[in-house]
Design a binder for this molecule. Structure first.
Ligand SMILES: Nc1nc2c(ncn2[C@@H]2O[C@H](COP(=O)(O)OP(=O)(O)OP(=O)(O)O)[C@@H](O)[C@H]2O)c(=O)[nH]1
Ligand SMILES: [Mg+2]
Ligand SMILES: [Zn+2]
Length: 332
């Protein structure tokens, strides 16, 4: 990291409307969010996990250090605004449990997000202690990506979560992804110094959680690292995630490149390399359909408002033309 006698490095823990909570070696507290020029690109605004250099004397904002990784999403209700979620995360624990929550499609989606943010993913399967056959879940998760790391734990048991220690050391930052009730806060409690994260009981009937955690949170890990557990992470939609999708579904994309037609839909076209692989049982139909769904979600979210309007307009025109053809009349 850059060292400068007049500057002190601090990490952003929380972002408020006009203030930042930061922590450094001997600084800890709120600083005023710098007034940024109108022209500042939205990705240049500090976010949770960022490293800043402050002026040692005044403790005023100096500058933002280059990021190693970045989770972001499109802001709700906006077509082009990007909302930053967390920066400089090294490892993301993709948390699922060894029960009904386990779902390949969801894991693949999180894997795409991790790849897109350039963060190393580890699948953490909790509640192994409540399951007769945790191995089965490990196997299913391991299939999703070549050499994917999968760990099963009892998140309540300190000895069991020791498996995750290699990712929690000094200088490391971990973030959590996973649905409500899978045990993220329980992991936070087991991996961090003090019992700080609220955990909630599960409704017995459907294994669904109760959305216990709301506020944004940054924790210090026992092993010296940092942990980010923010609800924003769970609301990330796939936007501009084509690279991530390509990496997580590499085998399908490689086959698709060999189909006879460049615009092959892999349904029934002759010379379709994807269909041939399915017939040879090399890939599963379900994996193909999960890939299609993620691609569709990504395209829908990535189109700009202008593109969406153009599509709606085209559709309106199509409807009018069809109506005119069928009835010889313009629809009302
Ligand atoms: N037996 C067992 N219980 C667990 C394990 N992990 C979590 N739990 C329990 O599952 C419930 C939900 O865990 P939480 O840690 O609150 O879940 P969460 O992911 O933080 O949920 P949200 O905050 O709603 O997103 C709590 O009652 C935990 O004690 C585990 O590995 N084994
Ligand atoms: Mg929680
Ligand atoms: Zn094809």
């Amino acid at each position: 990291m850059e060292r400068d006698a007049d500057r002190v490095p601090v990490r952003v823990l929380e972002v408020h409307r006009d203030k930042l909570r930061v922590a450094g070696e001997d600084t800890d507290g709120l600083i005023a969010l710098p007034v940024l020029a109108e022209s500042t690109n939205e990705v240049d605004v500090p976010t949770v996990g960022d490293w800043l250099l402050l002026d040692r004397e005044s403790l005023h904002f100096g500058r933002l250090l280059d990021r190693q990784s970045l989770f972001k999403r499109r802001a709700a209700g906006s077509s082009s605004k990007t909302q930053l979620i967390a920066a400089n995360v090294d490892t993301v624990f993709i948390v699922s449990s060894c029960n009904l929550d386990f779902n390949e499609a969801r894991l693949e989606r999180y894997l795409v997000l991790a790849r897109e943010a350039e963060v190393f993913p580890v699948v953490v399967l909790t509640k192994a202690d409540l399951c007769d056959d945790p191995e089965m879940y490990t196997k299913r998760a391991s299939c999703l990506l070549p050499s994917l790391l999968v760990e099963t734990v009892n998140a309540l048991d300190l000895e069991s979560v020791e498996k995750l220690a290699p990712f929690c050391g000094t200088g490391q930052t971990v973030a959590l992804l996973g649905s409500s009730g899978v045990g993220k806060s329980t992991l936070v409690n087991s991996l961090t110094l003090s019992y700080s994260a609220a955990t909630g009981p599960i409704r017995e009937d459907d294994d669904k959680g109760r959305h216990t955690t709301t506020g944004r949170a940054f924790f210090r890990l026992k092993d010296g690292g940092w942990l980010i557990d923010t609800p924003g992470m769970r609301e990330i939609q796939l936007t501009e995630a084509a690279t991530g999708i390509r990496e997580v579904f590499e085998e399908i994309e490689a086959l698709a490149a060999r189909c006879r037609y460049a615009d092959c839909t892999h349904v029934s076209e002759p010379g379709c390399a994807v269909r041939s692989a399915i017939e040879r049982c090399e890939i599963e139909e379900s994996r193909l359909s999960r890939w299609r769904k993620l691609l569709a979600e990504e395209r829908r979210n990535s189109e700009t408002l202008a593109e969406r309007r153009a599509r709606d307009k085209d559709f309106g025109k199509l409807v009018r033309n069809v109506m005119r053809e069928k009835t010889g009349r313009r629809p009302r």
